[in-house]
Write a protein that binds this ligand. Structure first.
Ligand code: FES
Length: 128
């Protein structure tokens, strides 16, 4: 199954997330492997997104696998496979391109992680 790249989702479209223009994280907070989970909790709402930096390229995705809807990470900020090449879903092993989020291999091949709209300015990532 193949689909087109989904439009970036604004955090403001999700329940319990901060308003447009909010700081998501600072680049110097990212570990050397470039991944970081960000969790927003407000009342009964909980939203998990993650940042994956590759060189100067910063991607932000909803932490929700298109196969069965689970978070990609089991825990912590590691989203890449053992070789540090692709994003890995820990549930059934799907792998995703870490820049555009397309599933390269696995049960949801051809589908995409949902990108989160953001901008990077002065070493900080903001929601848009
Ligand atoms: S839930 Fe991610 S591969 Fe199945």
């Amino acid at each position: 199954m193949s689909e087109s790249i989904p439009d970036p989702l604004s955090l403001s479209e999700l329940d319990g997330t901060p308003p447009v223009g909010s700081l998501i994280c600072r680049l110097d907070e990212l570990p050397s492997h470039g991944g970081k989970e960000i969790i927003f909790v407000e009342g009964r709402y909980r939203t998990s997104i993650f940042v994956q930096k590759t060189g100067d390229f910063v991607a932000v995705f909803l932490n929700h696998c298109p196969h069965a809807g689970t978070p990609l990470n089991m825990f912590g900020d590691r989203f890449l496979d053992m070789r540090g090449q692709n994003i890995l879903c820990r549930t059934h092993g799907a792998t995703f391109d870490r820049k555009n989020g397309v599933c390269i291999a696995g049960p949801c091949k051809g589908r995409y992680l949902r990108p989160i709209a953001h901008r990077v300015e002065n070493g900080e990532i903001f929601s848009i």
